[in-house]
Ligand binder design. Structure first.
Ligand code: E4P
Length: 290
């Protein structure tokens, strides 16, 4: 059962319906699920399609992704399912919009994941203007979070998720948890239309710290959610101490939320690297000659 004092929504980060079933059974609840091309490539059924001669065609991969999202949506009817667009460095705003509008017909509870790049931000503005929901992914800085806020101004609360990737910052020696604290602090000056979804969670300490900071949503792999469930769903107080040995602190920046999104520094090497890896993992499933 969902603990009464739990304010944060809990999502599963994965693309295997069996995991979703197990997590729902262990926790007694689940508020949503995030998918991405790398997770899709790890789906047990998709694995069989990574072998030459058995790869998906460029259209069959979308049928597979659609069926998966429909299965997840049926398991989590009151929740949210994040579906990620294919986006490499050359993908245009138009192509992102085309995918997003199509994905939105698949299930009634989709949040469309878009990269926090110039094209992704422009697409987010159009999609939220049409009343659609988005999840802005591959966020690594406060300036990118401010740009997401500005690009989606006017959207209703619940329509925009922001996914800062804490584990990937840790990987390069920066304390990703600081970014969550900084974004939550910066967003206090806003109207609340963007919800912070802590992503790239690698440890129970990340998970507990995001709870203690009051992240709106956390997405975590099944292994962490199952361990949390087996420990009795502990919720740390605001005094929870997160140790970040060897990680450099990320200082708070005084960034206002009033500017146009094009006025913020949106580039980050990890955003570019993340887009390249997601594209590579998606393409690994496709027979390019078919
Ligand atoms: C979820 O929305 C993200 O795509 C995911 O948490 C990324 O995690 P990773 O950095 O472990 O790949």
């Amino acid at each position: 059962m969902r603990p009464e004092t739990l304010k944060t929504r809990i999502f599963l980060d994965g693309a295997d319906p069996e995991e979703t079933r197990r997590v729902i059974k262990t926790l007694g609840f689940l508020d949503g699920q995030t998918t991405n091309p790398s997770l899709l490539a790890k789906n047990p059924e998709a694995q069989a399609h990574k072998v030459d001669g058995n790869k998906f065609s460029a259209t069959a991969i979308y049928q597979f992704y659609k069926a998966l999202c429909q299965e997840l949506s049926a398991m989590l009817p009151g929740g949210s399912i994040s579906i990620e667009v294919y986006a490499d460095e050359a993908t245009t705003v138009g192509v992102m919009l085309e995918q997003a509008r199509e994905f939105d017909t698949w299930i009634p509870n989709a949040h469309i994941k878009l990269p926090t790049s110039a094209a992704g931000l422009e697409a987010a503005g159009v999609l939220t203007g049409e009343g659609r929901r988005v999840n802005m992914t591959l966020v690594f800085t406060q300036a990118q979070a401010a740009a997401v806020y500005a690009a989606t101004r006017g959207a209703k609360r619940g329509a925009v998720f922001l996914s800062p990737f804490i584990g990937r910052l840790d990987d390069r020696g920066e304390n990703g948890m600081d970014l969550i604290a900084n974004i939550l602090r910066m967003y206090q000056a806003g109207d609340g239309h963007v919800e912070t979804l802590t992503a790239s969670v690698r440890s129970m300490e990340h998970f507990l710290c995001a709870l203690a900071l009051g992240s709106d949503i956390i997405t975590a792999p099944a292994s962490i959610l199952l361990a949390w469930g087996e420990a009795g769903l502990p919720i740390p107080g605001s005094g929870y101490r997160y140790e970040a040995p060897g990680l450099a602190p990320i200082p708070y920046e005084d960034i206002g939320l009033d500017g146009p999104w094009t006025g913020y520094a949106i580039g980050h090497p990890l955003t570019d690297k993340g887009m390249a890896k997601f594209s590579e993992d998606w393409n690994s499933l496709i027979d390019m000659g078919a």
